[in-house]
Design a protein around this ligand. Structure first.
Ligand code: SF4
Length: 334
């Protein structure tokens, strides 16, 4: 029986999923996964920091915040040609989506024009495009959409009630407002969060509940594991139990059956067995190759070997009359 797409999850329902015996939870999550996706296919994205560091925000996990002494060297927005060369290399390495991140609180209009030019060029290579640039207004979202941007990443980071412990320079509602502008512009959303920041299991449930109850489920849901960077306030936080991380992936899969659930930051700290459990629990997207913004990512060769050992294959972008369709629909059995 197909699991329906819901937007009315209660906290108690989500908490009850987290509380299931581990094997029961994984069985349920994997069943949902098989209904909606090819369980042996993983979408591969590459993430490039096109403007690094110097950010005025105070996100407690982030080495790019100007106020923390983390050794990150601030760099200006890259040129179109420089980004294009990296996008070509990512495509040659098997990536189907190219994500570009810039450390801004919110870009100026002239920054958005420059990023739009970059998006046009990357799109011309036949890659899907995703950008994460901070808070956007409606006009900026439309400009990026017209340039051919497919996805906009804007994470909710954590549960509404824990947000104030992590970020003080903006409100949860600011995130929700940008997501609304992005959806209204017709962009697909990539939206997830970070676990292992000292939140409780109930707060993890709160993050996933909020994501699942958005008016539309994000097409991509990145679940990051905190990468502790010296100099940030969250350095030294107690690490999350790997099985709790797998549980978070499994619950995300059950709540958002058709979304791509992505293993993002923190994969380098995960051993192969934990990653394999995540793929079973419903993760079907990873970042590959390029440095994950400013922290490391397992190298391409190691990922290739892991895919081989697990008989996983990378999803490919299918190009039809100039429109890039990818990953989600082709393998959907629901
Ligand atoms: S997460 Fe983004 S908004 Fe927050 S400090 Fe880092 S670059 Fe700035």
């Amino acid at each position: 029986m197909a699991h329906s797409i819901r937007h009315d999850w209660t906290r108690a329902e989500v908490a009850a999923l987290f509380a299931l015996p581990f094997n029961e939870l994984l069985h349920r999550a994997h069943s949902v996964h098989r209904e909606h996706h090819d369980p042996n296919a993983v979408q591969v994205s590459t993430l490039l920091s096109i403007k690094t560091g110097g950010c005025p925000e105070d996100c407690a996990y982030c080495p790019q915040a100007a106020r923390y002494d983390t050794g990150v060297q601030a760099q200006k927005l890259m040129s179109v040609d420089a980004v294009l060369a990296r996008a070509q290399a990512a495509k040659d390495a098997g990536a189907s989506r190219f994500c570009m991140g810039a450390a801004w609180r919110s870009p100026k209009d002239r920054d958005v024009e420059k990023v739009a030019e970059i998006v046009r060029a990357v799109k011309g290579l036949g890659l899907e495009t995703c950008a994460t640039l901070g808070m956007l207004n409606g006009e900026q979202a439309k400009t990026l959409k017209s340039a051919g941007l497919d996805y906009y990443n804007h994470n909710l980071d954590t549960a509404p009630e824990f947000y104030g412990e992590i970020i003080h320079t903006r409100q949860y509602q600011d995130r929700l407002d940008t997501l609304e502008q992005v959806r209204e512009a017709g962009l697909k959303t990539c939206c997830g969060g970070i676990v292992g920041m000292g939140e409780t299991r109930d707060q993890r449930a709160g993050l996933l509940q909020t994501l699942a109850n958005l008016p539309e489920h994000p097409e991509s849901v990145p679940i990051n594991q905190l990468v502790q960077v010296e100099g940030t306030p969250l350095s030294g936080t107690e690490a999350i139990d790997p099985f709790d991380f797998v549980r978070t992936i499994a619950v995300a899969r059950i709540l958002m059956p058709a979304s791509m659930v992505r293993l993002s930051a923190g994969r380098q700290q995960m051993d192969d067995a934990v990653q394999a459990l995540c793929f079973f629990a419903g993760a079907n997207s990873i970042f590959y190759g390029e440095k994950l913004l400013t922290t490391g990512n397992p190298d391409v060769e190691h990922d290739r070997q892991l895919f081989k050992r697990l008989n996983l294959h990378a999803l490919e972008v299918v190009e039809t009359s100039g429109t890039v369709h990818a990953d989600i629909v082709e393998h959907c059995a629901a």
